[in-house]
Design a protein around this ligand. Structure first.
Ligand SMILES: *[C@@H]1O[C@H](CO)[C@@H](O)[C@H](O)[C@H]1NC(C)=O
Ligand SMILES: *[C@@H]1O[C@H](CO)[C@@H](O)[C@H](O)[C@H]1NC(C)=O
Ligand SMILES: *[C@@H]1O[C@H](CO)[C@@H](O)[C@H](O)[C@H]1NC(C)=O
Ligand SMILES: *[C@@H]1O[C@H](CO)[C@@H](O)[C@H](O)[C@H]1NC(C)=O
Ligand SMILES: *[C@@H]1O[C@H](CO)[C@@H](O)[C@H](O)[C@H]1NC(C)=O
Ligand SMILES: *[C@@H]1O[C@H](CO)[C@@H](O)[C@H](O)[C@H]1NC(C)=O
Ligand SMILES: *[C@@H]1O[C@H](CO)[C@@H](O)[C@H](O)[C@H]1NC(C)=O
Ligand SMILES: *[C@@H]1O[C@H](CO)[C@@H](O)[C@H](O)[C@H]1NC(C)=O
Ligand SMILES: *[C@@H]1O[C@H](CO)[C@@H](O)[C@H](O)[C@H]1NC(C)=O
Ligand SMILES: *[C@@H]1O[C@H](CO)[C@@H](O)[C@H](O)[C@H]1NC(C)=O
Ligand SMILES: *[C@@H]1O[C@H](CO)[C@@H](O)[C@H](O)[C@H]1NC(C)=O
Ligand SMILES: *[C@@H]1O[C@H](CO)[C@@H](O)[C@H](O)[C@H]1NC(C)=O
Length: 513
């Protein structure tokens, strides 16, 4: 998709920005250090939403403001593993958001062509980011999708994949709250939408966007300039659930005579998948304009009489692959040619799932207790499965639980949050050979625990006798800490338990019974 480079419009100094309530539109200028106002809308620096990556500045002079800075992420971590890097932003729970990412490479990695990598929203793989062709054409690339907020925050992550050859990066990131009625025939609990194309037909001006479109959707030009006689004044936008901008109805794509009108739309061939299609029509010339619509020869709608107030035709789930040909055929007796004003097509993505909330809460608390948690502990802990957090293993199936934590030898300091009790599916907890201090919280609700490795840390306090009550426990390694007090007798005698507490603790060993 093509986005023209907008000239620099206006730059102002910092404007206070509150995190207390999620904004209706959050516009993030990635890599920027100060806020700016462009077209009367505020762009904020990204530092409040991400803690990894490096801010970079492109030296090219004629770039639009948001493209001139970017944030770049290391291709590989120190263990040569490919990790995700996540922005986390506040949102209204269950609300629908338009998410747009913008990329302009600008040679920042000193490679001839930009890196190709993945983008992820929460637990859902969104798309591959391949800006090669746009970059060769000296333009930026944008991607747009519609996603439902599952919780009070939403994450947008970038991740390397096997085809990634240099450091992933991002130039701009936008989250725009959508009105309830938009795209509401889609079940956003189970699906998301990935924009393929959105066009204003018979229009050849600059991209139509905010403020013409209150949600700042981008309507790209398609075809010759072909103004309608009414210029859209009498089109009833409120009647369109998707609230397209009035400006889309100022032009139309049509033919002179009542004859079939053919469009190759969208322009690029499609991969085999399911698509959401919305076509927009308005006509003020009477009712003699009647036509049928087919897509690749299949009837999409018959005998459409375009009303003056306009009409939108939706298809929720339409299978398509390869090139797409839309034909509008006038009905016999129709004295006027068919016309079309606008169109949107999205690929329907299956929702990738979410890690169970109590596990997410438990891990967040654990992270907050660590002074230097792994850099990739952001976004969904388990999903997509290829992009789980460092050291986290998860259950298969639809109810995704955290079953293992292994941060052995990660140079962690800090303490163990008592909220670890939320991780009730945990089988293995390995935090050995770090610098953790404080005491062991009550693990007795963690009934699934099989192995606990806390050896070689600076933990202190007593060894909780409640550990005796974890039936499945078969390894408990606590040596080389600062534990004190009595070793619970039940642990030394628990059948099948490999229990190590020496050397390195000041413990009173109970007499052998
Ligand atoms: C930006 O400037 C460079 C070098 O001056 C030029 O090659 C390029 O076409 C310009 N890009 C745009 C979008 O104007
Ligand atoms: C890799 O290790 C170096 C030095 O040990 C450290 O500065 C850097 O932050 C590490 N990078 C990642 C991605 O962890
Ligand atoms: C990226 O896009 C270019 C140009 O369309 C294509 O040649 C290349 O194979 C793509 N790269 C990947 C990894 O898909
Ligand atoms: C890049 O430019 C070429 C030649 O002008 C054009 O055919 C192609 O469609 C452009 N690609 C994109 C993604 O705009
Ligand atoms: C979508 O929104 C419109 C306008 O609010 C409403 O009339 C319609 O019933 C909604 N459809 C669904 C499936 O919720
Ligand atoms: C997903 O679809 C199923 C079946 O239609 C429905 O029962 C369920 O509530 C949906 N999930 C969400 C989160 O809306
Ligand atoms: C718009 O509607 C008004 C009132 O119904 C009417 O007077 C006017 O002629 C219409 N304009 C067009 C261009 O149809
Ligand atoms: C339009 O569709 C109707 C219903 O499918 C069909 O009867 C009619 O012949 C079609 N008209 C044209 C011109 O294809
Ligand atoms: C997480 O643990 C805390 C402390 O025990 C508890 O108050 C909270 O209800 C738990 N949350 C969930 C979602 O289970
Ligand atoms: C989940 O499924 C994968 C692939 O089938 C398998 O390798 C892995 O062991 C399974 N994990 C669990 C916890 O069952
Ligand atoms: C945890 O990680 C350590 C070091 O990477 C490894 O030796 C150990 O086997 C892992 N434990 C589990 C349960 O996977
Ligand atoms: C371990 O972390 C501390 C700070 O918490 C840091 O000073 C030290 O350099 C780190 N060691 C390694 C090997 O990364």
């Amino acid at each position: 998709m093509l986005l023209y480079l907008f000239p620099l419009l206006l730059t102002l100094s910092l404007i206070p920005f509150s995190l207390s309530q999620p904004p209706r539109a959050l516009l993030i200028d990635c890599g920027a250090t100060v806020a700016s106002v462009i077209d009367n809308r505020q762009w904020v620096p990204d530092t409040a939403y991400i803690s990894t990556g490096t801010s970079k500045h492109l030296t090219q002079t004629n770039l639009s403001h948001t493209l001139s800075t970017l944030r770049s992420f290391p291709l590989l971590d120190n263990n040569s593993r490919r990790r995700k890097f996540c922005y986390v932003v506040p949102v209204y729970r269950t609300a629908k958001y338009l998410v747009r990412t913008t990329y302009y490479y600008g040679g920042v990695n000193n490679q001839a062509s930009p890196p190709v990598f993945d983008q992820i929203v929460d637990g859902t793989f969104w798309s591959v980011v391949n800006t090669t062709e746009d970059y060769a054409n000296r333009s930026a690339s944008y991607y747009e999708g519609v996603f439902r907020a599952g919780g009070k925050s939403m994450s947008l992550c970038l991740a390397s994949n096997t085809y990634t050859e240099s450091d992933p990066f991002i130039s701009a990131l936008e989250f725009v709250l959508l009105a309830d009625s938009l795209y509401n025939s889609t079940d956003f609990g189970n699906f998301s939408l990935r924009l393929v194309a959105r066009h204003s037909f018979g229009y050849n001006g600059p991209i139509i966007r905010y403020p013409d479109d209150q949600f700042d959707r981008y309507w790209e030009p398609y075809g010759e300039n072909n103004p309608t006689s009414s210029r859209g004044e009498n089109v009833s936008i409120t009647g369109f659930w998707n609230l397209p901008p009035r400006k889309v109805f100022e032009t139309q794509f049509t033919v002179g005579q009542p004859q079939p009108l053919e469009l190759q739309w969208p322009l690029s061939p499609l991969q085999l998948s399911t698509y959401y299609i919305a076509l927009y029509f308005a006509d003020d010339t009477g009712t003699s304009r009647v036509f049928n619509i087919t897509i690749n020869g299949i009837t999409y709608y018959s005998d459409l009489k375009v009303p003056q107030t306009g009409v939108a035709l939706f298809a929720n789930q339409w299978r398509l692959s390869g090139p797409t040909k839309i034909i509008l055929t006038p009905a016999p007796g129709s004295t006027l040619a068919p016309l079309i004003n606008g169109g949107e097509i999205f690929e329907v993505l299956r929702f990738g799932g979410r890690t169970q909330t109590r596990d997410v809460i438990g891990l967040k608390s654990l992270k907050d207790g660590f002074q230097n948690p792994p850099f990739d502990w952001n976004g969904d802990p388990c999903l997509p499965r290829e992009n789980a957090w460092t050291g986290i293993s998860c259950s298969n199936g639809s109810n995704v639980r955290v079953i293992g934590i292994n941060l052995t030898s990660m140079n962690l300091s800090g303490s163990l949050s008592p909220n670890i009790v939320n991780l009730t599916a945990l089988n293995d907890l390995w935090l050995g050979n770090n610098s953790l201090s404080g005491s062991i919280p009550d693990f007795s609700t963690l009934k699934m625990l099989k192995t606990i490795h806390l050896e070689d840390n600076h933990l202190n306090g007593p060894i909780p006798s409640s550990l005796e009550n974890i039936d499945r426990l078969r390894e408990l390694f606590l040596e080389n800490n600062n534990f004190s007090g009595q070793v619970p007798r039940g642990l030394t005698t628990k059948p099948g338990l490999n229990f190590r507490f020496l050397p390195g603790n000041q413990l009173l060993v109970p007499p052998i019974a």
